[in-house]
Design a protein around this ligand. Structure first.
Ligand SMILES: [Zn+2]
Length: 252
């Protein structure tokens, strides 16, 4: 159950912070119908990511990779932002959230209305051509076919613009997010245990620079006892709207 005084304390921190960032992960989108790929019954149980989501597989057998991507797209492209995404967008409008750093590839923060979103793992709503560099909207290219879509410029098989295993994190995303973490007064960690590099670095960087860490997860994580100042327990789609309302009231 949610502890109301903890929520109040978190709202107070966010209302009075002049620079707050959010770090989000898979838990953020579960209530949009996107299960954690790594969870039991998740995508990676049926498709070994080292085979289906490795960049070397895409280069050697893109059609095989597209069997997995088509499956992923059925879920990701149909998903809509949930009340948690909308609450973070509202917090940005209130100027109490300055940037969202996400490990998700579903694009739902942007759909919800957040303007400054840093994507560590790219975006599955875009496709790119490794040959000519063109990019396309995934929904426009894959609507009626489960086959691998071809580049309209050069005819090559397009690659989803998310980061495959064996590829590095986009350099700009890495640079910007670490500088945001160094600068923030509050980091709101939502729906992630922040154990995967480089997301796991951000709470530490924030802490070293004096920031408070507010964590919202269904269960405690490795972060909770090590770094977290305020732990909020619950689903992001339930707790974030309440938190944003509390912040908005404090600003009046
Ligand atoms: Zn091309």
């Amino acid at each position: 159950m949610q502890n109301k005084s903890m929520l109040e304390e978190a709202a107070e921190l966010i209302a009075s912070s002049s620079f707050t960032i959010a770090l989000t992960g898979a838990g953020m989108s579960v209530d949009s119908g996107i299960p954690d790929f790594r969870s039991a019954g998740g995508l990676w149980e049926r498709f070994d990511p080292m085979v289906y989501a490795h960049i070397s597989s895409f280069i050697s057998s893109p059609l095989k990779v597209w069997e997995m991507v088509a499956e992923m797209n059925r879920v990701v492209l149909a998903a809509q932002p949930n009340p948690g995404h909308l609450a973070l967008a509202a917090l940005e409008k209130l100027k109490r959230l300055h940037c969202v750093v996400t490990q998700n590839i579903d694009g739902l923060h942007q759909e919800a209305g957040n303007i400054d979103v840093i994507e560590f793992h790219g975006n599955g709503r875009r496709l790119i051509c490794l040959e000519c560099g063109a990019s396309f909207n995934t929904a426009d290219c894959t609507e009626k076919t489960k086959k691998a879509p071809l580049c309209k410029n050069c005819g090559s098989i397009l690659k989803p613009d998310f980061v495959f295993f064996g590829e590095s994190i986009p350099q700009e995303a890495f640079m910007r997010s670490t500088s945001m973490a160094a600068r923030c007064e509050v980091i709101l960690v939502v729906g992630t245990s922040a154990t995967v590099t480089p997301a796991n670095m951000l709470p530490d960087i924030a802490r070293q620079n004096g920031a408070k860490i507010v964590e919202l997860n269904l269960q405690k994580t490795l972060l909770t006892s090590r770094l977290t100042d305020i732990f909020l327990q619950g689903s992001s789609s339930e707790v974030l709207p309440i938190l944003t309302d509390m912040v908005a009231r404090k600003l009046k």
